[in-house]
Design a protein around this ligand. Sequence first.
Ligand code: ADP
Ligand code: NI
Length: 217
Amino acid sequence: MKRHEQRVLAAAEAYAKQELAQEASGHDWWHVYRVDRLAERIAREENADVFICRLAALLHDLADEKLFGDEAAGLRKISEWMERHEVSPDAVRHVIEIVSTMSFKGGGRPPMRTLEGRVVQDADRLDAIGAVGIARVFAYSGAKGRLIHDPDFVPRTDMTKEQYRSADGSAVAHFYEKLLKLKDLMNTDHAKRLAEGRHETLTRYLECFYEEWEGLR
Ligand code: ADP
Ligand code: NI
């Protein structure tokens, strides 16, 4: 990687850290740190452009409407930041395309057009599963004042997001609504392999959880 690219990544790290310092909705700086680490690893395995993947990973949560009121303003802010740091116009366009597709809020996210987009999307999804994903789901649910588990509300994987939302679902229900489905949504082979292990962590965890719930363990 070129010297200039390394400097841009170091600056993007500092920028994301500063912008996300106050963030507590599951998109704190350390989420970005983990997505960056995963994106770099997957990019190397998949022969994707490491600079683009890392830059998109570091900036991916900065256009979130929760942070900037509206998404278009967030994207403009990121573009301007990249231009100020002399990122090439092609790279700016590519990173903006990735970040805007990732933060797409309509029903079902559109597929990523480029390999780099698929890598960063995989990295973001991997951070929602495995041991870290389990920690995030309980942290998020707790922050919303929801139950860890509600045996009267039987979670089903075929429930729609709307049905789940209106039921004010527990943390355990979120495993069924989203987390257990992520393994099959991975784009790249390397992420698929990582997702297998993380998925198994989820299912083993749930087994233990239900046994402990009934005093069987
Ligand atoms: P993304 O990073 O794709 O924007 P979200 O904003 O939906 O993801 O979620 C951020 C984190 O919070 C994830 O780890 C996710 O599993 C968790 N989370 C999202 N919605 C819920 C929920 N209803 N209950 C518990 N955890 C949730
Ligand atoms: Ni994210």
